[in-house]
Design a protein around this ligand. Structure first.
Ligand code: SF4
Length: 324
């Protein structure tokens, strides 16, 4: 039997290059090796989302991007978190074995509480409990995570250990599968690529939009004149070209340092490479978007499959906890 992978994606709408290189590309690759369960975590989004008017369209747009990128409903279970209501039951039950002190110590909770002191809600404190419920409801063995998410997974493992010790062996302790992909920096050259900072490039943007965005990217700040030698190690355009044109990196490094190439030409090459790379994805996305009800069907079918696993888990959990 294949091991099971679980991962959740926040419904932030159309995906950008950072989402793609940092997560989705990896999800597609894992489909061959593991039994994959991928979920759009709409309930998690409610902990910080004040306006939910765009939630449904964000889910649909993100789904279209993921399907066009290669997530395959024939190979993976793909669904929306809240369409499997058992998640709420397990969230409540795991809450009974999770000490409040563990949750209050989570660095991201402290940071969010500091940033939004007017909205320190119960859902925010309980976020790691729901994340644990997401993973163990499907008895996932493996969770792909970046290094920054390791503390969250460790907390999930602690909750699992506590549950298993108290009620008997029920859940596998989820193992981290470290995704080694470095953080994708945005077009400002400073912060992580993010929609909220508007320093991103959507993977499904048009070729013209992509080129326009890339031409506005910050490069080596010390390179003021075309004749100034560049420092590719501090330039984000260079980093992006490493992903999309690895074959030119050695010569680009030398050409940049000797001012043989200018930043305008360098960005034009990157834009062409990005557009070339995503052209098949964009065409596929347009095809899928044109099929009436396709995304809804994928989500409904995924939720049906996910519920079969979830109901089995909940029956076992309730029996072990003495509820039935
Ligand atoms: Fe960056 Fe390219 Fe300009 Fe060098 S030539 S500083 S790598 S954009």
């Amino acid at each position: 039997m294949k091991k099971r992978v679980f991962s959740g994606v926040r419904p932030t709408g159309r995906l950008h290059i950072g989402n793609y290189l940092g997560a989705i590309k990896n999800y597609v690759a894992l489909q061959g090796e593991f039994d994959c369960v991928y979920c759009v975590v709409d309930l998690h989004a409610l902990t910080t989302l004040e306006d939910t008017a765009l939630l449904q369209s964000n889910i649909r747009e993100g789904m279209l991007d993921m399907l066009a990128a290669g997530l395959d409903p024939q190979k993976a279970v793909i669904f929306v978190q809240s369409h499997v209501p058992e998640i709420n039951e397990l969230f409540t039950l795991l809450g009974m074995v999770t000490p409040l002190g563990w949750l209050m110590r989570v660095p991201t909770f402290k940071e969010k509480a500091r940033m939004h002191p007017q909205n320190v809600n119960y859902g925010l404190v309980g976020y790691p409990v729901m994340m644990t419920a997401d993973i163990v409801l499907y008895k996932a063995d493996v969770v792909p995570v970046g290094e920054d998410q390791l503390p969250h997974l460790e907390l999930a493992r602690e909750i699992v250990r506590r549950f298993n010790e108290h009620f008997g062996d029920t859940f596998p302790e989820p193992q981290a599968r470290l995704t080694t992909f470095p953080m994708v920096v945005g077009l400002d050259g400073q912060s992580k690529m993010s929609k909220s900072l508007n320093n991103h490039i959507e993977i499904a943007a048009t070729a013209e939009e992509t080129t326009k965005k890339i031409m506005s990217a910050v490069t080596d700040p010390a390179r003021k004149l075309r004749s100034d030698p560049g420092h590719p190690e501090v330039c984000n355009v260079f980093k992006l070209r490493r992903h999309f044109e690895p074959e030119v990196i050695a010569s680009l490094d030398a050409d940049c340092r000797t001012a043989k190439i200018g930043c305008v030409d360098c960005k034009k090459s990157l834009a062409a490479a990005v557009n070339n790379y995503f052209a098949p994805l964009r065409a596929r996305r347009a095809e899928l978007a044109a099929i009436p009800g396709y995304v809804e069907e994928v989500m409904a079918d995924g939720a049906r499959q996910a519920r079969v696993i979830a109901c089995r888990t909940m029956e076992e959990v309730k029996k072990k906890m003495g509820l039935i």
